[in-house]
Design a protein around this ligand. Structure first.
Ligand code: GLN
Length: 542
């Protein structure tokens, strides 16, 4: 029997509800329970695929090709449970489904309304496709009081009623701010937030209080009194120096115990060994490497969330601290670029990206890494830029470019209009909608015998997640290979270049997919482990 834990947020946004949900999932797992996590997003986009990473952070892609909220990345990294299309829904998708039904006439003349039609659709989503897990943790995006969240709160209120207290638990995450002039933590915003939740009919069972300072017993008592809770159900959630400390901190504060108590479930001792080992390695590294990330969305680090985490995982695997140096690629453009900022990097990475701005700077960064023999990792756009760089500099194809930036006489990277997925042919055209039409999700890739990547993976067939519209043009393969760029990973039908590498270089790999999406702190991705290891070697040379 699946029990439902609904996680809402109050007072302010960005308190880390996604992380809180993920970490709770991890501790429940450590107690031996099976979990699944899911997110309800109140905005009107059908999915975050069309939203700018500047505004919304990274778009996380699942194996089944869904473009989802970055919180799903936290869920996977903390629990290892692969997310699916059925784990993230937005108001936009709910409405788009309902309106399509309405046009088909499926409502048989009924007036279509928020209650019950929208709320029913939300409830159906929350309760579908559960795999018989012990707990479904369902995070509601936004903060209580937002107009947009109302239908979601109403739907979970109804569900709470239908399931009963023994199958539904409401967790509310709030902020307890420290007011320096008063020298005190203030509980009033939390009280108001709980009242607001109550005004829509939701009685909070467990309160998670984010705060920068220790929550004294008096504050905990006061919150409990005013919010109609037992003191033990008011859980302090202090800032942690690493997100991977959070599962242990939650357990220490009794969060998982309260959840299990709420449901009247047994409380087997948790096995938190994997988390203590991760924290130990993070706190006591045996060295440090610096990795330069040459990108475009470097102001908002959430834009590269999974990437930053995967590099940290590579550090955990090698017992070193990985210092990330985020560099805006445009600084390497123009007649006299200054490479000073790359000079002390022990490795260089060009991540995924879209659009022409900054692309020439990325190509320059690739050239720097190739010529100076600094380990280079190109991910998606970073692989495409590496191929263009090689075509221009090693093959002398001056006009080598990608059609993403407009027509070109030498489309080394071109729009993909047809490809095979499993046994099906997928087709696209220039004028297709932008939403949901990229090559998305997990695809297989065959690694060449004796290649560097085959050695890194220790396997010949891999499966990785994609999210791109353009592809390295196979027609340039022979010329590029003659010039020293090996196409070491191909789609099983041999049509799509998936990985390129330079055998005569300490570490130079470009991949068309996003390996960072599958890395976990307790199971670092082999490419990141190997890349960070190469950075460690490099750090001993300079
Ligand atoms: N803009 C490129 C494409 O669409 C790369 C995308 C990416 O890096 N995710 O193919």
């Amino acid at each position: 029997m699946t029990r439902f834990i609904f996680i809402t947020g109050g007072v302010v946004s960005s308190l880390g509800k996604g992380l809180a949900s993920a970490a709770l999932g991890a501790v429940l797992q450590a107690r031996g329970y099976k979990v699944r996590l899911r997110k309800l997003d109140p905005y009107l986009n059908v999915d975050p695929g069309t939203m700018s990473p500047y505004q919304h952070g990274e778009c996380y892609v699942t194996d089944d090709g869904a473009e989802t909220d970055l919180d799903l990345g936290h869920y996977e990294r903390f629990t290892g449970v692969a997310s699916r299309q059925s784990d993230n829904i937005t108001t936009g998708r709910i409405y788009s489904n309902i309106l399509a039904k309405e046009r088909r006439g499926d409502f048989l003349g009924a007036t279509v309304q928020v209650i019950p039609h929208v709320t029913d659709a939300i409830k159906e989503f929350v309760t579908a496709d559960l795999d018989d897990v012990d707990f479904l943790l369902c995070e509601v995006g936004g903060t209580v009081g937002d107009i947009e969240s109302m239908p979601f709160l109403e739907a979970i209120r109804q569900l709470g009623n239908e399931l009963g207290r023994e199958r539904a638990c409401f967790v509310h995450l709030t902020l307890v701010p420290y007011i320096a002039s008063a020298g005190e933590l203030k509980t009033k915003p939390t009280q108001h937030s709980v009242q607001q939740l109550q005004s829509v009919g939701i009685r909070c069972d467990i309160l998670l209080c984010r705060s920068e300072h220790d929550l004294p017993a008096s504050a905990r008592k006061k919150i409990a009194l005013f919010c109609n809770l037992r003191e033990q159900a008011v859980i302090p959630a202090l800032n942690a120096s690493s997100i991977y400390e959070v599962p242990i901190a939650y357990h220490r504060e009794g969060f998982d115990r309260e959840v299990l108590r709420h449901f009247g479930l047994p409380q087997p001792e948790p096995d938190l060994g994997r988390w203590t080992e991760i924290v130990r390695r993070l706190q006591q590294p045996e060295g440090e490497v610096e990795i330069a990330i040459v990108g475009k969305y470097t102001d908002l680090l959430d834009a590269y969330k999974s990437l930053a985490e995967a590099l940290t995982h590579g550090g955990i695997a090698n017992s070193v601290r990985v210092k990330l140096n985020w560099l805006e690629s445009e600084q390497f453009e123009g007649p006299n670029p200054n490479y000073e900022s790359l000079a002390h990097a022990h490795a260089i990475l060009v991540p995924g990206g879209f659009g022409e701005r900054g692309a020439e700077g990325k190509i320059r960064a690739v050239r720097y890494a190739r010529e100076k023999r600094v380990p280079y990792f190109g991910i998606c756009f970073g692989m495409q830029m590496a191929c263009i760089e090689a075509a221009r500099d090693l093959c002398g194809i001056e006009n080598a470019n990608t059609t993403e930036f407009g027509a070109t006489s030498d489309p080394v990277v071109g729009l993909l209009t047809e490809w095979v997925r499993g046994n099906a042919l997928e087709q696209r055209s220039e004028n297709d909608n932008k939403g949901g039409t990229m090559r998305l999700g997990a695809y297989e890739c065959d690694l060449a015998a004796g290649s560097h990547v085959a050695e890194i993976y220790g396997r010949r067939r891999i499966q990785e997640r994609h999210r791109h519209r353009y592809e390295v043009n196979i027609n340039y393969k022979d010329r590029l290979e003659k010039a020293g760029l090996r196409f070491s990973g191909m789609s099983p039908d041999g049509q799509l270049p998936e990985i390129v590498e330079i055998p005569d270089h300490p570490w130079f790999v470009g991949v068309q997919f996003h390996p960072e999406l599958k890395s976990k702190p307790f199971d670092p991705h082999p490419l990141f482990t190997s890349f960070v290891k190469a950075a460690v070697t490099q750090s001993r040379l300079v």
